[in-house]
Design a protein around this ligand. Structure first.
Ligand code: KG4
Ligand code: ZN
Length: 365
């Protein structure tokens, strides 16, 4: 019997027996090697994250080739740790979920290959997961909100407003036309001589600075647009730093950080408010590394209170890349019986709409 038949029979037997769903998630899209075990799509039994940040700090950013090599060294160890911590063996699992895009293709391939090997060896169904869907699903771990909702996705590679009418369905409302919010944080931090990743460092400084000493532009774009642009802001900060240096002056880094953060947070918050008004939803979730930002959390909570919608941020540990969110995003597909075949590949760029459309094999029938 081929793998597909074995996986199908395993799926149908597990469903018929009403066994609790245990999904192993694997995430290697950037610089964290992570594996997690999730029960029932919501409950984290383990979530191991091995960060390479110290290695990449030396280079001021992620070096793709270095990242891939570290994933190769780490992935089997991290998966074993996730299983041990959850107290389960490979044969207890219901399915394997893995990030297959978007991200660094060499890094993604390590996770995809590991997941396919486990799926093949243990006759487990396989679900390829979109990285951004994973970030959104970090909000559903431990309960929380249900669709319909608007998701503000703000990471190192993405800045998007997404309407999610139901589980596993995504419609784009707006996206960045140039830099992602996290990327702007990282580039500005670098220009200010702060360590990589720049987001946390700027966030800390911003809280002791005066956001009104310097005023940076806010890119609202055309009236009613839900798109973003951060490259003009990034240039404005760099120019201000450069001009001050030319004049032999020194701008207080805390004031620069506060003014930069105020500009980013204002635009992210007001566009989210606009997206809520336009779609008529009452729930907003925030996702991605920048969801850890304290300035954004405070401002969006304040505006949500005024506008009468609820906003949910993942716990800080689930804002950055982790495998628990990947396993959680796979759960609705498990429920439907929709899986990927062993020809699953890794993609540097992968639209969310392409992910939700498949190709899937239906193991429920
Ligand atoms: O989602 P993530 O871990 O990786 C990607 O998929 O991109 O996001 C990483 C990004 C980095 O750009 C980092 O600077 C930013 O999230 N970040 C923050 C904060 N913590 C992380 N940005 C602003 N404020 C923070 N507190
Ligand atoms: Zn991410």
């Amino acid at each position: 019997m081929g793998w597909l038949q074995r996986a199908k029979s395993k799926y149908q037997t597990d469903r018929a027996a009403g066994r609790p769903t245990l999904i192993l998630g694997i995430e290697t899209s950037c610089d964290e090697t992570s594996a997690a075990v999730i029960r029932g799509g919501r409950e984290i039994l383990s979530n191991i994250v091995s960060s390479q940040v110290e290695i990449h700090q030396k280079f001021g950013g992620v070096v793709p080739e270095v990242a891939s090599r570290r994933h190769v060294e780490n992935v089997a160890i991290v998966v074993q740790e996730a299983l041990d911590k959850a107290g389960v063996g490979l044969d207890d699992l219901s399915a394997v979920a893995v990030t297959y895009g978007p991200g660094l293709v060499g890094a993604l391939l390590v996770g995809v290959t590991a997941a396919k090997s486990i799926a093949y060896a243990r006759s487990l169904p396989l679900v390829g997961v979109h990285h951004i869907a994973g970030h959104i699903y970090a909000n559903f771990l431990g309960g929380g909100m249900e669709p319909p909702l608007v998701a503000l996705v703000v990471s190192g590679g993405h800045t998007e407003l997404i309407y999610m009418p139901q589980h596993g369905r995504f419609e784009f409302l707006g996206r960045t036309r140039d830099d992602a919010a996290g990327e702007a944080y990282d580039k500005v931090a670098r220009a200010m001589g702060l360590p990589y990743p720049g987001g946390p460092a700027i966030d800390r400084l911003a809280h002791v600075g005066d956001p009104e000493k310097i005023v940076f532009p806010r890119a609202w774009l055309e009236e009613g647009s839900l798109d973003f642009s951060f490259s003009g802001l990034k240039s404005a900060v760099m120019n201000a730093l450069h001009n001050a240096k030319q004049r032999g002056e020194r701008l207080d880094p805390a004031d620069v950080a506060a003014a930069f953060q105020a500009s980013v947070v204002d635009v992210l918050t007001e566009k989210t408010v606009l997206a809520v008004r336009r779609t008529g939803v009452t729930n907003v979730v925030v996702a991605g590394g920048v969801a850890a930002n304290r300035g954004l959390r405070d401002k969006l909570q304040e505006r949500a209170g005024q506008e009468g919608f609820s906003v949910l941020f993942p716990p800080l540990s689930l804002c950055t890349d982790n495998a628990a969110m990947i396993a959680a995003a796979a759960h609705p597909f498990y429920e439907k019986g929709w899986f990927h075949n062993l020809d699953l590949n890794a993609y540097a760029s992968l639209p969310l709409t392409q992910w939700e459309a498949g190709p899937f094999v239906d193991l429920a029938k």
